[in-house]
Design a protein around this ligand. Structure first.
Ligand code: SF4
Length: 558
């Protein structure tokens, strides 16, 4: 087994991954990824994922070994910020061509590393493998080793060519590169009982700086940030931290877990989105540091800071209440946990008409129900057309989402606010939540919306494309309502597992026929959840609803 295959297998077996924990031994070996098909890397390939995870290390030169498009497409496409060096934003690529494909690109790579070291002298060069050099057999590990010996500088191979899988896998392979070549290779000048690693945080729009002043005030040192606004040396000595907070579990759970295993650094998964979550995370940081030797009084000081900041944040948000009276929000988040912001939006007086739960866990969903009521409109997977109709029907006043769904909101002539990774505003911590509320207010009351909703002077009422589309959708809905057989067929045809193309009807039939009670059973009989595992929560919901309808039926039969 090549070392890349071995690393991928190791990442697939990650015990800290919730989805992995639900799989059988055989399925874990098959991996988290479905067989890639043309276009499968459209949402980001493994190389892209590795680069997203490591590029925020700001003093490192990131060299992409491959055709220029790999670097061109991934360059600077996230909003991470640096408080120091800017070399991380310089696009370095070997730009391999047809001749390299025939004769190999290793010499070209070695020359590129030398040029970077001579011109820029960074503390380290990270070399990213991409599809073409991986397929022609360029051995970046060997080249990096030779360059490190020749130039006396860390040259780190990041072996994550795009074809091995999706972006999430690339995040973890990037973590493996740090674990293998960087973490534990240097020693800090000194340590304190207040040294904290932050893992899986990328300082998007500079949001880590919204939390750092609070940590500074408490005397807690961000010992190493992996990787937002991070420095190479800090990562190299991060094994001496006392505790760690893991901000995004999907991205770097392997780093946090293996650092705990190898160096005894305890970690917790937390979030700085939302007021309550920020407070919980600060408390948990204090608790872990106290466990590792920090004085008990740290908790008292932490509680004092939490009380002060919460009071300030709630007071600032309260002033928007009169302006938000009766306003409705549709929340479609990507990575940010929906419920992290639901509570604060409600506190500001906004009404939530729906929230996405595609990436939410069962606990997240329970929390949303607690906040929004048992009838909360939770959106699992929606086509753009369905989303458009929902925006119109629910008569939401604003949509909060990522850039990909912005055009649906704009087509519906509705205010929209970016809350995903490309955003330009920082929403972390207490000040971040206040900023979010401010931005919602600005978007809601922007006078442009009144203008774009007006019919054009040449338009005949009811004939514009929006009216036609809505009429078409209403007609389809009415046709289904009038034909219960067709409605049932449409309901059963809803795709539940996209990887294995399994629909709702097939799962319901299998559950009823074989009296299935868990996802494992459904997988055995239908193959659903046999790919990436993202639908396991949906299958759980189906199992629960079939069980609820089956019990009265059984009781009636008895
Ligand atoms: S690494 Fe492969 S999949 Fe990713 S951008 Fe480059 S060629 Fe495309």
């Amino acid at each position: 087994m090549s070392s890349l295959s071995a690393t991928i297998q190791d990442v697939f077996n990650e015990p800290g991954c919730g989805k992995n924990a639900n799989k059988s031994e055989a399925e874990r070996k098959k991996g988290c990824t479905k067989q890639l098909q043309p276009g499968g890397a459209a949402g980001g390939c493994a190389f892209d994922g590795a680069k997203i995870a490591l590029q925020p290390l700001t003093d490192v030169a990131h060299l992409i070994h491959g055709p220029i498009a790999c670097e061109g497409n991934s360059w600077d496409n996230r909003g991470a910020k640096s408080s120091g060096s800017n070399i991380w934003r310089t696009g370095f690529t070997t730009d391999i061509n047809e001749t390299d494909v025939v004769f190999g690109g290793e010499k070209r790579l070695f020359k590129a590393i030398r040029e970077i070291i001579e011109k820029y002298d960074p503390p380290a060069v990270f070399v990213y493998q991409t599809c073409v050099p991986a397929m022609i057999g360029d051995d970046i590990n060997a080249v990096c080793k030779a360059a490190k010996e020749k130039f006396g500088k860390p040259v780190i191979p990041v072996n994550s060519p795009g074809f091995v899988g999706p972006k999430n896998l690339g995040n973890k392979l990037a973590g493996e590169a740090l674990l293998e070549h960087v973490i534990g290779t240097e020693e800090p000048e000194y340590t304190t009982p207040y040294d904290l690693n932050i893992i899986g945080e990328y300082n998007l729009a500079g949001e880590l700086w919204q939390v750092k002043p609070l940590l500074d005030e408490l005397g807690i040192r961000i010992f190493s940030s992996i990787s937002g606004d991070g420095r190479y040396k800090e990562v190299a000595y991060s094994h001496r931290a006392k505790a760690a907070m893991m901000v995004c579990s999907k991205a770097m759970i392997n780093v946090a877990r293996k650092m705990e295993e190898r160096y005894g650094i305890p970690f917790f998964e937390g979030s700085f989105y939302g007021i309550e979550d920020s407070s919980d995370s600060l408390r948990e940081i204090a608790r872990l540091l106290i466990e590792r030797g920090a004085p008990e009084e740290l908790m008292t000081r932490t509680e004092a800071v939490i009380a002060r900041e919460e009071a300030k944040a709630w007071a600032a948000i309260a002033s928007y209440k009169p302006r938000f009276k009766g306003k409705k929000v549709l929340l479609i988040t990507g990575g940010v946990k929906s419920w992290s912001v639901v509570a604060a939006l409600q506190e500001a007086g906004l009404e939530l008409v729906g929230t996405s739960v595609k990436k939410s866990t069962k606990e997240d969903k329970e929390r949303i129900k607690e906040l929004m009521g048992q009838d909360a409109h939770m959106i699992d997977d929606m086509t753009p057309r369905e989303m458009y109709k929902m925006l119109k029907d629910a008569k939401a006043d604003i949509m909060l989402s990522g850039g990909r769904s912005q055009f649906i909101a704009l087509k519906a002539s509705m205010p929209w606010l970016d809350i995903n990774q490309e955003r330009h505003h920082a929403y972390m911590g207490y000040v971040g939540m206040v900023k979010l509320v401010e931005e919602i207010d600005k978007a809601l009351y922007n006078p442009i919306w009144e203008q774009v909703r007006k019919a054009a002077p040449w338009e005949v009422a009811g004939t514009n494309w929006q009216a036609v589309a809505m009429a078409q959708m209403d007609a389809e809905a009415a046709a289904l309502a009038a034909d219960p057989v067709a409605a049932e067929a449409a309901r059963r045809a809803k795709k539940i597992c996209n990887c294995k193309s399994v629909d709702l009807g097939t799962i319901e039939d299998a559950v009823a026929a074989h009296r299935l009670i868990d996802v494992e059973g459904v997988r055995t009989h239908t193959n659903a959840s046999g790919g990436c595992g993202a639908c396991s929560e949906r299958i759980d919901d189906i199992l629960a609803s079939v069980a609820m309808t089956a019990v009265p039926a059984l009781q009636a039969a008895e």
